[in-house]
Design a protein around this ligand. Structure first.
Ligand SMILES: C[C@@H](N)C(=O)N[C@H](C)C(=O)O
Ligand SMILES: [Zn+2]
Length: 175
């Protein structure tokens, strides 16, 4: 994604130990999508840019072998999709992301950290500060406009609502 627009920020948490498992899962952090999903994300980013904002990606396409590593650490379907069934991330049809100030990279306050598994992170939760609710509203509208769908339990996760995409095992190179 960053070769398509270098102002999109990457913070691929599973390539670091700054994630809910406190373990490095990916050999390196990169962000890939199939063309139709990439095009849609670029449109979201472009719209946000007009407001001085932009996208920061926490996780993008997730190869099957990396989904297996996540599952090996935490085999709990509440938090990680069973690789036998496959994750929408492994279809390149899901994005974990947030909105940042374009110039500083400061994140808008969405109420919880990434991968906070509790009701405060639910998109249906309304007892949150006004600013958080406004930020989530802006985020959801920006994503929905270009074909992304929210889920109930994670404000940072969006599914691409286009054609059903196949699971993939391809792992990106790290050099
Ligand atoms: C691990 C978490 N960020 C995640 O993506 N969970 C869903 C359920 C998945 O693995 O697809
Ligand atoms: Zn996700």
């Amino acid at each position: 994604m960053v070769t398509l627009d270098s102002t999109i920020r990457l913070d691929i948490r599973y390539a670091t130990d700054n994630n809910f498992m406190k373990q490095v899962i990916y050999d390196c952090g990169r962000c890939f999508y199939r063309p139709q999903v990439a095009r849609a994300l670029l449109k979201v980013h472009h719209d946000l840019k007009t407001k001085g904002l932009g996208l920061k990606m926490y996780d993008c396409y997730r190869p099957g072998p990396y989904q297996q590593r996540l599952w090996d650490v935490l085999p709990d379907p509440r938090y990680v999709a069973n690789p036998k069934r496959g994750s929408l991330h492994s279809r390149g049809a899901a994005a974990d992301l947030t909105i940042v100030q374009l110039d500083t990279g400061e994140e808008l306050d969405m109420g919880t950290t990434y991968d906070f598994f509790g009701e405060e992170a639910y998109t249906t939760t309304t007892n949150l500060p006004e600013e958080v609710l406004a930020n989530r509203k802006l985020f959801q509208a920006a994503m929905r406009k270009h074909g992304f769908l929210t889920i109930r339990t994670e404000w940072w996760h969006f599914n691409f609502g286009g054609a059903r995409l196949p699971l993939s095992e391809w792992v990106w190179p790290c050099s």
